[in-house]
Design a protein around this ligand. Structure first.
Ligand code: NAP
Length: 498
């Protein structure tokens, strides 16, 4: 096995060691003996240096015309496209998602580059007539300043790109702090920023613990925006810290996503969607299907088919093309999933598939857990209410659409939802009444496209939406209103127009 590479922080255009000189190990979750690389275990001083570099660079970058800023981003997309396979393989090694899904993760970053770079030639503002003669009024999007980007491990290239690319096209400078479980994918993204020649200091990359580096970014007065994706627990802390210095905080957090299967649904389609939604990325997606609410009339048939299909999923080395389910990201995540399975049993739910850690020789070196299906779940059980973030899905019974909607909405979260039905009236009612930021009809809860608004309500989000250009730009710009009075005299709005 090759000696693991040592990766540095990127601050002010230089690859530098952290002042502490400590190291974080990035290990493969499929084989905990394999060290993918070592990363800097940075502290507050490193975050401060990155913030200072970004603040200096921002003064110049904001004045680069947006179409020119966008040219760097188009080139990033081209490089990502060329290296898609290499980066996908490294992603699978570092966080365990099956290789086909890792390719999709890199593809998301490519899509974001092309889509958002196009905004360099738009970044539209508004014009409107003045109420006074010889006066012009318009509003433009202005960059915010230094943005702190804090990202999770489950989409280690896609999510950083959802933040980095719009931040840059809008003229901001950034400090990116990736999740400690998957820093390599965002390292590649930052390396490409350097390769395409984005000026020094505009993009900075600091690895290290959430408390030290993330905490410093959220507290530092020169950081004007935090764009955070992660758990609701940490998001709450980030929000509180941002309030102290009056920062904008864009928070994308946890989910407990429900799929409704009505009695008129095409069950084959619903089972396909359920298997994909519950077990892709081993259930470690914010939009994962974690509750399936099934009409009583089709409950048994649906569960029988679901168990058969999920039981046939291939578990193993996520680099193999045929593997459907890789490992969980780390030991703590595995323990959390096992704890929840025990909680479900204690609550009286019935694990009709899975539920026991895999122990065969080929799984022993990684954090593998099989697809697990609980039936007999009722809405008040903890397994039906709390985010598990693993390959565990709860099946609940409903009497009809109203009951199913009530169960689906009885949650603190509100990211994604879906309904399977052939009845257009039921489909539109559900699309209107499901309390989530995203709803699918006859499709799974996962599968967002990058050019539509992405985010959730309740404890999932605080009102911002990444993705679509118009909503992403709202996160990374301030509106600036300009009045130009060419009347040559003092004119008073609301007073001189009577
Ligand atoms: P997490 O533990 O909340 O960590 C997210 C990021 O925050 C990491 O970079 C982490 O650093 C950092 N962090 C930890 N403590 C911090 C603090 N006190 N101040 C500032 N930053 C801090 O989440 P995760 O385990 O990486 O990701 C899984 C969670 O993300 C799930 O809840 C999932 O639903 C959610 N998620 C949501 C979306 C969405 O769009 N809604 C998308 C993907 C994932 P370290 O890694 O160093 O701890």
């Amino acid at each position: 096995m090759a000696e693991p590479k040592s990766y540095r922080n990127f601050i002010d255009g230089e690859w530098v060691e952290a002042s502490s000189r400590g190291a974080l190990e990035d290990r493969s979750p499929a084989d905990k003996g394999e060290v993918i690389g070592t990363f800097q275990d940075s502290g507050e001083a490193d975050a401060d240096a990155a913030i200072a570099a970004a603040a200096r660079a921002f003064r110049r970058w904001r004045l680069v015309p947006a179409p020119k800023r966008a040219e760097y981003l188009f080139r990033m997309g081209e490089i990502l496209l060329k290296r898609k396979e290499e980066y996908a393989r490294e992603m699978t090694r570092e966080m365990g998602k099956p290789i086909r899904e890792a390719r999709g993760d890199v593809q998301e970053a490519i899509d974001v580059c092309y889509h958002l770079a196009g905004e360099g030639r738009r970044l539209h503002g508004h014009t409107t007539p003045s109420e006074l003669p010889n006066k012009a009024c318009f509003s433009v999007r202005a960059p915010i300043g230094v943005c702190g980007l804090i990202t999770p491990w489950n989409f280690p290239m896609a999510i950083p790109s959802w933040k980095l690319i719009p931040a840059l096209v809008c003229g901001n400078a950034v400090v990116l702090k990736p999740a400690s479980d998957a820093p390599l994918s965002s390292y590649h993204l930052v390396k490409i920023c350097q390769e395409v020649g984005i000026p020094r200091g505009v993009v900075n990359y600091v690895t290290g613990s959430g408390a030290a580096v993330g905490g410093r970014l959220t507290a530092h007065p020169e950081v004007r925006l935090i764009s955070f994706t992660g758990s609701s627990e940490v998001g709450r802390l980030v929000n509180l810290a941002c309030a102290d210095t009056f920062k904008r905080a864009s928070l994308e957090m946890g989910g407990k996503n429900a799929m409704i299967v009505m009695d008129d649904a095409r069950l084959d389609l619903a089972v396909d969607g359920a298997v994909w939604g519950a077990f892709a990325t081993a259930g470690q997606r914010c939009t994962a299907t974690s509750r399936i609410i099934v009409h009583k009339k089709v409950l048994k048939d649906f569960v029988d088919r679901l168990v058969e299909r999920a039981g046939g999923l291939k578990i193993g080395d996520p680099l193999q093309e045929s593997v459907d389910l890789g490992p969980l990201v780390n030991e703590a995540q595995l323990k959390k999933v096992m704890d929840y399975v025990q909680i479900g049993r204690d609550e009286g739910a019935d694990p009709v598939l899975g539920g026991v850690r895999l122990t065969k020789a080929e799984y022993g070196r990684g954090f593998f857990f099989p697809p697990t299906i609980f039936t007999g779940v009722t809405p008040e059980m903890r397994i039906a209410r709390e985010e598990i973030f693993g390959p565990v899905v709860c099946v609940l019974a409903a009497d009809g659409l109203d009951d199913a909607l009530a169960i689906a909405n009885d949650t603190l979260y509100g990211l994604s939802s879906s309904i399977y039905t052939q009845d257009v009236n039921r489909a539109f009612t559900a699309a209107r009444d499901l309390e989530t930021g995203i709803t699918y009809v006859n499709a799974s809860t996962i599968g967002a496209e990058t050019h539509l608004p992405f985010g959730g309500v309740k404890r999932t989000g605080n009102g911002h939406r990444e993705g679509a250009a118009h909503t992403a730009l709202d996160i990374f710009t301030e509106w600036k209103t300009v009045y130009v009075d060419y009347s040559g005299k003092l004119q008073k709005a609301q007073i001189d127009n009577g």
